[in-house]
Design a protein around this ligand. Sequence first.
Ligand SMILES: NC(=O)C1=CN([C@@H]2O[C@H](COP(=O)(O)OP(=O)(O)OC[C@H]3O[C@@H](n4cnc5c(N)ncnc54)[C@H](O)[C@@H]3O)[C@@H](O)[C@H]2O)C=CC1
Ligand SMILES: O=C([O-])CC(=O)C(=O)O
Length: 342
Amino acid sequence: MAFLKQILPALRQAVPPLQRSMSSAADQKRKVAILGAGGGIGQPLGLLMKLNPAVGKLALYDVAGTAGVAADISHINTTAETTGHTGPEELEAALTGADVIIIPAGVPRKPGMTRDDLFNINAGIVKTLAEAIAKYSPSAMVTVISNPVNSTVPIAAETFKKAGTFDPKRLFGVTTLDVVRARTFLAAKKGLDVQSVDVPVVGGHAGVTILPLFSQATPSVTLTDEELEALTKRTQDGGTEVVQAKAGKGSATLSMAYAGALFADAVLKGLNGATDQVQCAYVESSVVPGLQYFSSKVRLGPSGAEEVMGLGTLSAYEQKGLEALKAELKASIDKGVSFANQ
Ligand SMILES: NC(=O)C1=CN([C@@H]2O[C@H](COP(=O)(O)OP(=O)(O)OC[C@H]3O[C@@H](n4cnc5c(N)ncnc54)[C@H](O)[C@@H]3O)[C@@H](O)[C@H]2O)C=CC1
Ligand SMILES: O=C([O-])CC(=O)C(=O)O
């Protein structure tokens, strides 16, 4: 107990946005299931969810290795009762009663690959998991991390539609890491306090489909053309920067676990009645005609994505970026939709 008293303030200091979320969590305890819990993202994400006071039950599912991770995390003396589930026959137990499901299952990139190169393996994984969710936990909030997010979210949506359980308010592609990166990179470039910086990032989650809106940054900033170009490119290539640095050992895991925990916390808070939870997320959308799925600011509440917000005023540079992303994003959406219906 003394150790926990020491470690929690330290963790909270290290991750202030999470701290703010954690310290104001509503009382109702929720069940969170992580699918892919044994992986590079799944393990630290499991740890962070175990620290979240809104989590009463934490179900850790993977096709292999979950027992050890669950035993390890379960010894932490926070509220969430932690269980491990291995293999398809244990999916029912992991999913039943889940309020929020987080999916980081699937293979990560190696240098030289695009996120779309993961489609052949990850599309099938997400489809299978979505079928199980439709069966065992049809009214949960589902947050998809597995890449390519631009296609895996349409795959999950189509799978839910086939099962008759689709509710666009309850399905999210997690693009929070793009926002986390844009905030970090802008603060560093302009010498700002990183905790006071916010930047909406819209579009999708791959290359040019990632569109940071620095013209809407808080606090408002003046950027030269070169600074704007460099910041936009670095945000779009943030994932590749990590893939290259890891040199064959995977992609972002720790920053993704942080971003995934932040997003899940906002979803939990919305479920518990908070009205101030706004996050960028990739959802079914009518914000950009012709793009059925699109990431923009979303207001979260008890029924999930209660309001999908518009883009606001874009600068000429951002308008050009929006035009440039349309064809790729549409192709990725169509690819996911046809895969799920083949
Ligand atoms: N949305 C985003 O911003 C980001 C997405 N990602 C994506 O997240 C995914 C996971 O990345 P890592 O954790 O680094 O990979 P990893 O390989 O370390 O872990 C993936 C885990 O998924 C498990 N898995 C495979 N098939 C499964 C199935 N059918 N059911 C349940 N679990 C299954 C594996 O056993 C493994 O433990 C990748 O697709 C990666 O591209 C990564 C970073 C950021
Ligand atoms: O780049 C990748 O493959 C993983 C990812 O989505 C990210 O880090 O943004």
